[in-house]
Design a protein around this ligand. Structure first.
Ligand code: BG6
Length: 484
């Protein structure tokens, strides 16, 4: 198989916060990989912008060090790195000051794609948008790229959207949810809408329930200050998990077109039923043998922030009425493991005498590690002795199926940045989606804050709090095992 790399148009990409952690870890290494793949043409430029009064050489040195640290060793040809670094420029700029903006304006070229990546604290989003506009640096074709948090509730999300829309149209705003850039997440759409097999049975009549798991082994080390104000609901459910749920539950869009896809996703979010406190379990990890618990990493010894959440949600529409979706995500769990598991119902009638061995069909879509798909099906147990049933996996690990091409699959950031340059918003969140997601999460969070609910402690390295098991047991179901 030959991977097809289509170069994107010439661009000037300005990265505000160009010396920061995200730029060093993800954005620049990602662009370097796209450069190696031949997707970035010779005239394109990446302009770092930050407060520090760096020279271009100092910025290039800093990014060189980042590439050495974050790019695999076999991709570190000195000649390649030097050629890539030659595309880098730098402007010292302060989002809150007027200086520096004319310098930025002076180096940007007409007739190339202009994109501005706001890799800065969300409190600065409004300042950057305003100054870009005031200094006439943007035009109708310019794009801005932002990352969550997009507010911390409906009111603040609306305020942010209102500020941005003073200076930019929705078609210019690219809100990144990096989960949408993951290969397997996009595969959800390919599997559903490019095959006839699944769609006819993709409904409550045939699907018993859906489990979405995003388990992490890392804790909140070093991010306590941010995380304490966020928690798993705001950090993972309101965005990444909700996006996964949308891609599973949405109606087929009429075309693979940005607004057609996003129209269908927003309908799912609006159809989410409100949930009660009985349908949510919140957890906080406890100290382990060699490591502190959540509380030790938090700034607040009394923190009630959840590092784990499990919940049951129903979608009130014709397709899904009666099929629960169980979501769980947490830090410091047994394994780093993310999957979506769709469990189908029993056949209406068994023709086999010995149906004791019967197990449901389960379609498992693994996001990480080992991206792939697995369909559990029933077959006859081989050998004599009559018709005994057994369950086997039809397993497809994408790395095996794609062979050498699997190494060249762009990571989420690479793909999304290239989509910004191409002007394709399909994998970005629209303002109304973000607001609809907050409209659903707000009352839930307000409920536990008003009651002063405290999350249940769970052991680091476990599968989460005990009560999470009950959430499914009550419905006669069980969580799938979290394992490597
Ligand atoms: C981020 C969250 O958006 O996603 C982190 O803020 C989380 O808390 C991360 O760890 C998970 O992303 P991934 O790609 O490692 O699953």
């Amino acid at each position: 198989m030959v991977s097809r790399v289509i170069p994107v148009d010439t661009f000037d990409l300005v990265i505000f916060g160009g010396t920061g952690d995200l730029a060093r870890r993800k954005i620049l290494p990602g662009l370097y990989r796209r450069y190696l793949a031949g997707q970035m043409n010779a005239d394109s430029r990446i302009i770092g912008a930050a407060r520090a009064k760096n020279t271009v050489e100092q910025f290039r040195d800093l990014i060189h060090a980042a590439l050495v640290e974050f790019v695999p060793k076999d991709r570190q040809e000195p000649a390649d790195m030097a050629a890539f670094l030659a595309h880098l420029d730098y402007v010292a700029i302060d989002a809150k000051e007027e200086s520096g903006w004319t310098n930025l304006k002076a180096i940007l070229r007409p007739n190339v794609v202009r994109a501005f990546y706001f890799s800065v604290a969300p409190a600065l989003f409004g300042d950057l948008a305003e100054r870009l506009h005031a200094h006439h640096i943007t035009d109708a074709g310019s794009r801005i790229v932002l990352e969550k948090p997009f507010g911390r509730d409906l009111i603040s999300a609306r305020a942010l959207n209102a500020t941005l829309s003073k200076y930019f149209s929705e078609a210019q705003i690219y809100r990144i949810d990096h989960y949408l850039g993951k290969e397997t997440v996009q595969n959800l759409m390919a599997v559903r809408f490019a095959n006839i097999l699944f769609e006819p049975i993709w409904k409550a009549q045939y699907i018993d329930h859906v489990q979405i798991t995003v388990a992490e082994t890392m804790g909140v080390e070093g991010r306590g200050a941010y995380y304490d104000k966020s928690g798993a609901m705001r950090d993972m459910v309101q965005n990444h998990m909700m996006q996964l749920l949308c891609l599973i539950a949405m109606e087929p869009p009429y075309h693979f077109d940005p607004d057609a896809v996003r129209d269908e996703k927003v309908k799912v979010i609006r159809a989410l039923q409100p949930i009660t406190s009985a349908e949510i379990v919140r957890g906080q990890y406890l100290a382990g043998k060699d490591d502190g618990g959540y509380i030790e990493h938090s700034q607040d010894p009394n923190s009630k922030t959840e590092s784990y959440i499990a919940l049951k949600v129903e979608i009130a529409n014709w397709r899904w009425k009666g099929t629960p979706f169980y979501l769980r995500t947490g830090k410091k769990l047994r394994a780093r493991y993310s999957e979506i598991a769709i469990t189908f119902k029993e056949p209406p009638h068994s023709i086999f005498d010995d149906a004791n061995g019967w197990k449901p069909n389960v379609l498992v879509i693994r996001l990480q590690p080992n991206e792939g798909m697995n369909l559990m099906v029933m077959i006859k147990e081989p050998g004599p002795g009559g018709m005994r049933l057994m369950q086997v996996p039809l397993d497809m690990t994408f790395a095996d199926a794609l062979g050498a091409d699997a190494d060249d699959v762009p990571d989420a950031y690479e793909r999304l940045i290239m989509d910004v340059i191409r002007g394709n918003q399909t994998l970005f969140m629209r303002g109304d989606e973000v607001e609809a997601a907050w409209a659903w999460t707000d009352p839930i969070i307000q409920g536990w804050e008003a009651r002063g609910d405290r999350p249940q402690g769970y052991d680091a390295g476990s599968s989460g709090p005990e009560d999470a098991l009950m959430l499914l047991h009550r419905d006669g179901r069980r969580w799938r095992e979290i394992k490597e």
